[in-house]
Write a protein that binds this ligand. Structure first.
Ligand SMILES: [Zn+2]
Length: 434
């Protein structure tokens, strides 16, 4: 049965534009756009003249932190970025087990769905439960109906065994995805950050990415400590070190890049790398502001684990670009949303982020009926200053309703929330002992 979305303001983000019309959805894809009439047996949805958008893609996130909301405070106030990791996140990730990992993914995906986010590019860590962890994340996301591009963040923080377990989990998941190619899940090769990876580890990551012809998803220069430690311990700059070990592949995804200098930025551009910008996380960690105005490469927008509200993240990215004198246009900020969708499309082998014929039917129907004129040359103003997650009414993923009239129908949301609360209590007890 086909679904016809009628009477909609179709707001495109790639390229940016607006058209009033209808969409016909069949077989998981958009099969017609414009003036579409329903056939007998079709389900027709009257969008009431409201804005319809493509499903949003979160370009860099950490579902494992979904159950961190309200977590017990660290033993003392972190004084810098390294201490934020040591006192908060590197304790939380050790407390995760299979149950809390899957529930983290379910809760993170539910929160995303309410915001119209339909695909998550995730970066996972659970040092005491590595083998199988990407399957638990996959199961959690799939239960809610979203898509995911997953990896395990390999690190040397737990010795050689921990490193090899991380590499093995990436390899196992990549093999599984290569066999299924279902358009729902795909893998990248995950690495934590250069400052927690020795040269051998970087080499293994590069080789693994090469053998699967995929990219490496890694934090780079989030804080000045990454570059400083690289120069001090390896006597080379960060980007050269990553290049030497084969990590700078066209499909690699470098998260943050908050502290790259002009020469490094030029090399990133010349290789055609992709960067994930995470405005609110960078502010929360007080690590500084990424030079987004200087990057000439594709920039994705991510939340870095602070929910999955891409409307709020885009608005913050715009505010921060003004506050930080980045000199970028509002179109460039919306372009970050488009780039996140392009990157996920490349991994998943489906077309996301578009409302065109042939694209995957990942669609957000809002109840946002603009009270000022909307056309192609001002829709970015509506996206940044008008639309918000509260306007998300229906969400379709692969042509199926996952949320309808704000009620999630893909999974028992209330039951999952109850289960998460109980699992979190147990997880926080383990956390207290770490
Ligand atoms: Zn991150």
């Amino acid at each position: 049965m086909a679904i016809v979305l009628n009477n909609a303001i179709l707001a495109d983000i790639d390229p940016i534009g607006v058209e009033t019309g209808s969409l016909r959805i069949e077989g998981g894809k958009i099969v017609a756009r414009g003036s579409v009439s329903a056939a007998p047996g079709d389900e027709t949805i009257d969008c009431g003249g409201a804005v319809v958008l493509p499903g949003m893609v979160n370009g860099h996130t950490h579902l494992y932190s979904a159950l961190a909301v309200g977590m017990p405070p660290p033993p003392r106030m972190p004084g810098n970025f390294l201490e934020i990791l040591q006192l908060i996140w590197w304790r939380l990730d050790q407390a995760l087990d299979a149950e809390s990992i899957e529930l983290s993914a379910k809760i993170g995906a539910i929160e995303a769905l309410h915001c119209g986010t339909t695909t998550l590019i995730d970066h996972h860590a659970s040092p005491n439960a590595i083998a199988g962890s990407l399957d638990w994340i996959e199961r959690g996301i799939a239960a809610v109906g979203l898509r995911g591009v997953l990896c395990y963040e390999t690190t040397d923080r737990h010795g050689k065994d921990g490193r090899f377990d991380g590499l093995a989990e990436n390899r196992r998941f990549l093999q599984k995805c290569a066999a299924s190619k279902d358009g729902r899940f795909a893998g990248l090769v995950g690495g934590h950050a250069p400052f927690t990876l020795d040269d051998d580890s970087l080499g293994f990551l590069g080789q693994l990415a090469e053998s699967f012809d995929c990219g490496v998803h890694i934090h780079v220069a989030e804080d000045p400590c990454d570059e400083e430690r690289c120069r001090r311990e390896h006597h080379v700059d960060l980007i050269t070190r990553l290049d030497r070990h084969g990590l700078l592949r066209p499909r690699s995804l470098l998260a943050h890049c908050t502290h790259l200098d002009e020469a490094a930025i030029e090399r990133v551009r010349s290789i055609g790398l992709t960067i994930a910008h995470n405005t609110r996380s960078n502010m929360n960690n007080a690590v500084g502001y990424a030079p987004v105005g200087k990057f000439k490469c594709p920039i994705l927008l991510g939340t870095d684990g602070i929910g999955a509200d891409m409307f709020a993240e885009a608005r913050s990215a715009w505010f921060k670009s003004r506050d930080g004198h980045a000199g970028i246009s509002p179109q460039r900020v919306i372009g970050m949303l488009a780039q996140s969708a392009r990157r996920a499309s490349d991994s998943l082998g489906v077309t996301l982020g578009k409302l065109h014929t042939g694209a995957a039917a990942d669609i957000v129907v809002t109840d946002y009926r603009p009270f000022t004129p909307v056309q192609s040359d001002n829709v970015v103003g509506h996206l940044l200053f008008g639309l918000a997650a509260r306007h998300v009414r229906h969400v379709l993923i692969g042509g199926q309703f996952a949320m309808r009239d704000r009620a999630i129908i893909s999974c028992p949301e209330a039951q999952i929330r109850d289960a998460a609360r109980l699992a979190t209590e147990r997880m926080w007890q383990r956390l207290a002992a770490i």
